[in-house]
Every structure is written in C-alpha cells, then in structure tokens.
Design a protein around this ligand. Sequence first.
Ligand code: XMP
Length: 510
Amino acid sequence: MREKVLVLDFGSQYTQLIARRTRELGVYSEIKPYNTAANDIRKDFPKAIILSGGPSSVWGVGSPRVDLEILSLGIPVLGICYGLQTLVFQLGGEVERSQKREYGPAVLNLMTEDPLFSGVKKRSDVWMSHGDRVLRVPEGFRAIADTRNTECAAVRNADGDIYGVQFHPEVVHTEFGTKMLSNFLFHVADLIGNWTAGSFIEHTIRDIRERVGDGKIICGLSGGVDSSVAAVLINEAVGRRLYCIFVDTGCMRLNEAKEVCDAFSEFEMNFIHVDASERFLARLKGIEDPETKRKIMGEQFVRVFEEEAEKISGVSFLAQGTLYPDVIESVSVKGPSAVIKSHHNVGGLPEKMNLKIVEPLRELFKDEVRSVGKKLGLDSFLIGRHPFPGPGLAIRIMGEVTPERLSILRHADSIFIGELEKSGAYDDIWQAFCVFIPVKTVGVMGDERTYENVCVLRAVSSTDGMTADWSKISYDLLGEISVRIINEVKGINRVVYDISTKPPSTIEWQ
Ligand code: XMP
C-alpha cells in the first residue's frame, strides 16, 4: 500500500514546499486544512503528519488550532514553526508573544543525540522566519536543540513520536533540512519510501482502466508538458480508445506544430492534427484589444475541438492535465489558497457534451510530471519546455495580429530561445519569449536609415507563475541575442530587455 504523509496547512508560504520535499524523499504527501478532524485523518491512513508554519500568532484572536486528538492516533507528528508553537501552546507549554520577527539564518546547536539528528553536524545553519517563540515546553517534552535567540529550537516528547522545530527544514538555506526531514520520515516514522514515477504510473494506469472501462476518451493536446504527459499516460492505459486532438491555432512558434507532431509520431496513438490557422487568423483580423483576442482564441479552440470530437462516436470522457497545485483545497488560514489559472480547460465542453473528466495528473507537482514524462519515454523537447499560453503569439503581438508580424516574432523568438539553449541558461528560466511592439523607431544599418519595430526580450524566474522575477541573463548573452535579432530579423531594428517583476507587472505583456 502506498505510504502517505499528511501536511496540515496553517497558511505558510512553504506548505507546498514541505509536501514537495517529502515526495522528493520518496514519500507521497497530501496537503489538508489545518483543522481537519482527527477522525477524518484516521480514515486516510497517513503514516506521519507534518504541521506547517503559518503567519498567525498563537495569541491572536481566532488563531488556528490543531485537533489535539491527532496525538492519540499513534501517528508520528512533526510541527514546523507555527506548527510547533500551536502544539506547545495547546499542550500547556509557554509561548512568548513577540512583536519582532526573527527572519534569516541562525546557527542550530544540538543539545543531544537524537534520531531526528542522525547525520546532522553538532552546529549547522538553519533558516528562521517566526515572531513568537517557545519559552517552556509542555510536560513530557524536552528541548533537544537551541540557537542563540531560541532555547527551544527543536523539541520532542518522551516517546519520541512528537517533534517540533522552530526553523524551516524545508527550505534550502537550512543546511541539514532535507536530512532532518528524511530522519523524521525514515527513522522516526519508519517509512520505506515507495513513491516513485514508476509506482505512480503503475497505479494510475490501473485507476484509469478501472474508471474508464470500455469508454472512449478525448484529450486536447497542446504540446505543453502537462497535456503531453497526460496523453501518453492515458494512452498506456487505454491505447486506441484515446483520441488526442492537437489544434494548430496559427499562433504557435516557429516549426512548433511540426515538432509536436513528430514527437508524438513515436507513440502508437490516435493523434489528430487539425490545422485551423486560417480560421483563427481570419477571426483575429483587425482586432487589437487583448481580451478580445483571448476570447477569440478560446472560442475558436473550443469550436474546432468540438467539431473534431463530434466525428468520434461514443466518447464519454474528457482528459485534462490538471496538476496538484490546482486542486489543493482552500486550506490556508489566509483564505482560499491561491489557485493557479487553469488555462487549458476546454471551456464548457464537459457539460455540453455530457463528458466525465479524467485528470490523471491531479496528484502531481510540475517536477513530478516531468519525471513521469521522462519515464514514459516522452521526447526531452516536450518535457523541459517553458509554459506557453493557449492564445500563443496572439497575446505577444501588441495590436493587430498579422501574418507578417507573426513571422517576424517567430523568427526573433527562435533566435532568443536558441541562444538560451545553447548557453545552458534555458533550463534555469521559468519562461522566456519575445514580444513584438509595432512602434517604429529610427536606426541605422550600414549607411541606411531604418525605421522598424521593437522586439522585447522577456525572461523570468518563478516557481508557479504567480510571482516572478526577471532573469539575470548575462550582459554578454543579451548582447549576442540583440545583435543576432537586429541583423537577422527583417522588421526589427531595436531590442530591449524587460526588467519588470510580477507583481506589479505580469509575465505576458497582454
Ligand atoms: P501572467 O501574464 O498572468 O502569466 O503573469 C502567468 C502565466 O500564465 C500564462 N498565461 C496564460 N496561459 N492562457 C494560457 O493558457 C492565457 O490566456 C494566459 N495568460 C497568461 C503565462 O504564459 C504565464 O506562464
């Protein structure tokens, strides 16, 4: 049976990170609201429980509390930061209210040997981010590590199945953080670690077969990582009863449609390629408003998809590449946790065509989707790709979308991306692309005066697209890209680099 760890969410910005770390260690984890009742937790058969940190103070009115009954389930518990504080407070220990936040590095000093500290140096760096701190542990507990400012930086009970740490083991700045989490999972909770891409594929294929029976499934394949992995996985499960529909919107990147078709030609599958570019471009003619463009792209996509789907008789399921961050319940104490836009939903189709949804990736984080894709033999070109918006280049051309502008943007974008790949920078960037601005500026090439358009380079680092920072690409590389674009792309005589963060800007320009 698959081992599971539950992470109870008290609203920390690191909650998802805790879940990801345990999975990286080979243990499946799920995030649940902080106030999940012990009775419900028991039904889930978790092998360990982790209480996340959070922005609250235990002294705050209505601050979140854990159901203390979880401590009698015989399941090991680790409280992190606020998770530790609320445990201590609820069990009768003393937590000092502080106006000041301790934020940043500290040196952890181990006061004793302990299974939690196996392989951890006596003094090591940890990452702190807290206001309140524990002054006195509850009865039956003792402190096992301290820092200069915090006497109870790590605590445990006498039975050695309830632990708490003031610092954040899940962040990379904590030197032995992964080691301590691994100790908790494997030495305290005695887990084996049976969560791998292989085991996921095996049980998901079984689940899909069970769910779908003899039914037929349609899947909108965009060539992005999520829909590609979902398609190949479902194909493994039901083979020819899956129909993948790939719509060329005419707003894709240079050679993209061909590359996607080639990558899927290696699989035995029903792959339907619809070249609908003319139709999309006709609708976009004369349209300048970004939201209208988006609407047109979305509507046309649904229409094309629907027409194709209707040609296949007896379809009862629609596959979607929904990921775990999209389905995490509204668990945070700050209110519903931020839900990432689910862009590729084929709007309205499921109800209209009376389709049931199959979401084989809804348990996975993005990096896990990539591992699964790799294991399934997907082309690395598909697995490592940056996200690409459904409306495509239509929202990267400011103003009207014309065939000429598309062709200029495609060419510039392929140079930018090609150079990033060549330099090795591509994989460290969340998303990179060019934007076409139809503002003419003056230039000089040779002895001639030019009067051409502007090309923006945009490259950002991010973990989920919700916030982003501009990538610190080297000046040399930026210089090289600029020279190449201006020399090689007719219609561009000026290249600029976008150094806006999100927020307040967005990643895309429209
Ligand atoms: P923004 O521009 O909102 O983008 O910072 C965040 C992420 O979402 C992508 N994006 C879209 N994806 N349809 C999509 O499928 C859209 O209309 C759309 N708008 C933005 C964007 O590329 C980035 O990854």
